[in-house]
Design a protein around this ligand. Structure first.
Ligand code: KIV
Ligand code: NA
Length: 280
């Protein structure tokens, strides 16, 4: 039975406990937020993939807090039932605990989200602990960290050797202990993701982390086939909306140019013959 009740932290933990996979998808505006609402998504994430997917930047590091808030406002008008999380943009949680609290408060207060997500390991544990203690739930994110693509020399699978696998596992533990309510595992071997999921009390949300996580997340535009850029191995296209939309725009332009659109009867308004005569 589909629950139409507001998704809470308690509900998310119950899903994980019962081994019911948690569904997470990104959203960037009112229509995508509404789509997650109407299709009973558990967590709607205003990811900073917003930068590339909706704003055309070449990196998430270009996204500002004001831009993120602007989009959170639109998503929160559409996604009422899902638990609503926003990524803290690059740099907005790196300037100390107080500055981070101020930025997170803006996302909640102005953006209308319920929780924030941030990338990193033990180096941000104190920030996660502080936000959590103040009542702002934090989702953590380990493995491939897109905000650090420069330092990582690209977008690469993480934790493939025993040593780095251990460091991803250790990070996950520390973040749980700091108070994170869930953790995104991005682009790590499925065995490692399964191990971390077993070892933690909090739900794991995988993206490119195999089927053993407590839930899965995909970028909306990847999932529905709108995004025309690089397709990672872990992406499955569940629709081809981009193809259909492109064909629609092409047909529209062709119909206008050929004079075939609009139809004078079916797609235009008429005037009473008498009125028309009077007008002339
Ligand atoms: O920004 C994003 O879309 C994300 C998810 C894919 C986890 O961080
Ligand atoms: Na992100």
């Amino acid at each position: 039975p589909i629950s139409r009740k507001k998704v809470t932290l308690q509900r998310l933990h119950a899903l994980a406990e019962e081994r019911i996979p948690i569904t997470v998808i990104t959203a960037y505006d009112y229509p995508t937020g509404l789509r997650s609402e109407k299709n009973d998504i558990d967590i709607c994430l205003v990811g900073d993939s917003l930068a590339q997917v909706a704003l055309g930047y070449d990196s998430t590091t270009r996204l500002t807090l004001d831009e993120m808030i602007h989009h959170c406002k639109a998503v929160s008008r559409g996604a009422k039932t899902p638990f609503l999380v926003a990524d803290m943009p690059f740099g907005t949680y790196l300037g100390g605990v107080d500055a981070t609290v101020r930025n997170a408060v803006r996302l909640v207060q102005e953006g209308g989200v319920e929780a924030v997500k941030m990338e990193g390991g033990p180096e941000i544990a104190d920030i996660i602990a502080r936000l959590t203690s103040l009542g702002i739930p934090v989702m953590s994110h380990v493995g491939l960290l897109p905000q650090r693509h420069t330092a990582l020399s690209g977008y690469r699978v993480q934790g493939r050797d025993a040593l780095t696998a251990y460091s991803v596992f250790k990070s996950a533990k520390v973040l749980q202990d700091a108070g994170a309510f869930a953790i995104v595992l991005e682009a790590i071997p499925h065995q490692l993701a399964g191990f971390i999921t077993q070892a933690l009390r909090i739900p794991t949300i995988g993206i490119g982390a195999g089927p053993s996580c407590s839930g899965q997340v995909l970028v909306h535009d990847d999932a529905v086939g709108v995004w025309s850029g690089h397709k990672a191995k872990f992406v499955r296209r569940f629709a081809e909306v981009g193809k259909g939309a492109g064909e629609g725009v092409a047909s529209y332009a062709a119909a206008v140019r050929s004079g075939q659109f609009p139809d004078v009867v079916g797609e235009s308004y008429g005037m009473d013959a008498g009125q028309w005569q009077e007008f002339q």
